[in-house]
Design a protein around this ligand. Structure first.
Ligand code: GLC
Ligand code: CA
Length: 549
């Protein structure tokens, strides 16, 4: 077993974590100040979203210089100090690496604009117009065409994301070489691994065919998701960087079937350690569309999670488990109750996640039950994806009111608001003006909520510790019970004779279910779970982890 299979990862969105100098933006020194807090939580690995030099069109996912820390976060010396301080506390660091695209401000792209003969021209995906139009009908994931026209060259460049984020041409061996050297630079500084941004999109079909638009996802992605050479490239990365440096890696793999995720993460193939996949957080996409007011059925959520549990295990792959990250609204607001049953809901989500097979991730603030921002005006948003989507919705005839409601439910900006440390101004995040408005009227903070023995924080702490001592949670075989039950999610893990059952009531109604004979209550999100031998009564959002006969 690998160390990272038992470990818990904590995701930091540096911009919103802790500001140390009053400029309203979180920074490296701020992270260092909070390492003791993370050590106390028990996590062993931190994933830091990008802090490289960037014009910030996509909050750092648009990199202009891979070799430097953006001055808003600090500098390389600060970063090295962070590594040292983290390592001293037994915490490893995984950096975010964005190599599907760069910023248009990156030197390579600026060179590539100079002419078709420039050696960097081929670092990007330039195409001539077809009949005076875009080379094909692919859509950007940030709305509109995926192609941007540059009159001086009479060519289009591909951008699967924001238009100032041109896609790199991975067919070019020199480009690949530069990327591996750059990754090695960070390895030499002492990082322990990488989270690889949209890594399954790096290999495009060389013919760039039109897509069919039969469903919302036939928008081009059939020709670049898990594309022709992607496994070759990732294996090459492994040979050049991940293997020799003993890296832990997690790939962000959107729109990926299990069969492919197995190929990426089965250790024999020497590609990635584990996979982020997103089917479970698309469970409330109405008709496959994100920008809708969605509802979900528990049976769908269970079916998706269970398929990934069973099939990844059978194929020797490894899941990264999560409910929330910087691209998702808060799961507690989206799937459960962030009002009356806020603590129970947060604990239920934690229990269901940590009971599954894979490596669990906590997104900053999840451990204190932070909830959605629920902005009421488009002016409060800064995120390009959300703002573009808003204008697209209005153009499609959706009312302003509804568009705002949809953003309140689906926008990733909801989870990017500053971390709530205490009840002083701006929740102790900054003494200045925060870059993104916090929710003011919320009494949930580390200072007010993380100390109590029955807090959400303590619950996470307990789960993090439990995974280190209970092999059944790491290796145990997964089985879904009562798949059609729309109120209660019950699953079991088994290793040898040891059987652990997780039972979670996803509703605000009391539910009664049959149960197996109980040996012990391992975890419970109500203080006083009384169990009889063959029946269980679950109060609203009640969740338990039981050892059974
Ligand atoms: C990933 C990141 C997201 C970013 C996108 C483009 O999905 O997680 O935040 O916008 O890639 O880099
Ligand atoms: Ca700062």
């Amino acid at each position: 077993m690998k160390w990272w299979q038992k470990a818990t990862v904590y995701q930091i969105y540096p911009r919103s974590f802790q500001d140390s100098n009053g400029d309203g933006i979180g920074d490296i020194n701020g992270i260092i100040q909070r390492l003791d807090y993370l050590q106390d939580l028990g996590i062993e690995l931190i994933w830091l979203t990008p802090m490289y030099v960037s014009p910030g069109r996509d909050n750092g996912y648009d990199i202009a210089d891979y070799y430097q820390i953006d001055p808003i976060f600090g500098d390389l010396a600060d970063f090295e100090r962070l590594l040292k301080e983290a390592h001293q506390r037994g915490i490893k660091i995984m950096m975010d690496m964005v190599v599907n695209h760069t910023s248009d401000q990156h030197r390579w792209f600026q060179e590539s604009l100079k002419g078709k003969d420039n050696p960097y021209h081929d670092y990007y995906l330039w195409r001539d117009p077809v009949d005076g139009h875009e080379p094909n009908n692919w859509l950007s994931k940030f709305s509109g065409s995926a192609w941007e026209y540059v009159p001086a060259l009479n060519q289009y460049y591909l951008h699967l994301y924001e238009k100032r984020m041109p896609d790199l041409n991975w067919r070019n061996p020199q480009l690949r070489e530069e990327i591996y050297q750059m990754m090695q630079f960070w390895a030499d500084l002492g990082i322990d691994g990488l989270r690889l941004d949209v890594i399954n999109n790096i290999s495009k079909d060389k013919d760039f065919p039109n897509d069919t638009f039969e469903t919302p996802s036939d928008d081009g992605r059939n020709f670049y998701t898990n594309g022709p050479h992607v496994h070759e490239y990732i294996h090459e990365m492994y040979e050049r960087v991940f293997g020799p440096n003993n890296f832990v890696t997690v790939g962000e793999l959107s729109s990926t079937p299990v069969s492919e995720a197995i190929r990426y993460t089965n250790p024999e193939r020497e590609e990635l350690s584990m996979a982020f996949t997103f089917h479970h957080v698309k469970v409330d996409y109405t008709g496959g569309k994100k920008w809708t007011l969605g509802q979900y059925r528990l049976s769908d959520l269970k079916r998706i999670l269970s398929q990934w549990q069973t099939e990844m295990a059978a194929g020797g792959g490894w899941n990264a488990l999560f409910w929330s990250n910087h691209d998702q609204p808060r799961a507690i607001s989206r799937f459960l109750d962030d009002g009356q049953y806020r603590d129970q809901s947060a604990k239920l989500l934690a229990l269901v996640e940590f009971g599954l097979q894979g490596t669990p991730y906590i997104y900053q603030g999840e451990e204190i039950a932070m909830k959605n921002a629920n902005f009421t005006s488009i002016d409060q948003y800064q995120d390009a994806e959300s703002i573009n989507a808003y204008h697209q919705m209005l153009a499609d005839g959706i009312s302003e009111d509804l568009a705002i409601k949809i953003l309140q439910q689906k926008s990733r900006e909801n989870c990017r608001i500053p971390m709530q440390w205490d009840m002083t101004t701006n929740h102790g995040f900054t003494t200045g003006t925060p870059w993104l408005q916090p929710v003011v009227a919320d009494d949930y903070s580390v200072a007010t909520k993380a100390q109590a023995p029955d807090s959400v924080f303590a619950f996470y702490q307990h789960l993090v510790a439990l995974r280190k001592t209970e092999p059944v949670l790491i290796e145990g075989q997964y089985q879904l019970l009562a798949p059609e039950d729309e109120a209660v999610y019950t699953y079991q893990r088994q290793l040898g004779d040891k059987k652990v059952r997780v039972i979670a009531n996803f509703t605000d109604q009391t539910q009664q279910r049959a149960n197996a004979a109980v040996k012990a209550v391992m975890m419970s999100n109500y203080p006083d779970q009384q169990l009889t031998t063959d029946q269980i009564t679950l109060r609203p959002y009640e969740a338990v982890m039981l050892e059974i006969e």
